[in-house]
Design a protein around this ligand. Structure first.
Ligand SMILES: [Zn+2]
Length: 60
């Protein structure tokens, strides 16, 4: 009888979403898009960290 373990955890937390109408969020989201397009995972992660921090400080 097969055993079913817990579902595999997501390899990465959900990326933060930019706040509508915020210039800073737009900048970070655009930079993250460029990082994705160029497969620059470290820059993409940096942008996620910066965006998450900015969301917490400016929009929470
Ligand atoms: Zn913002």
């Amino acid at each position: 009888m097969p055993t079913y373990g817990p579902p595999a955890p997501a390899p990465w937390p959900a990326p933060p979403q930019p706040y509508p109408g915020c210039v800073r969020c737009g900048e970070l989201d655009a930079r993250r898009g460029i990082a994705r397009d160029t497969c620059d995972r470290s820059l993409e992660t940096d942008c996620n960290v910066l965006l998450r921090r900015h969301l917490r400080e400016a929009h929470s």
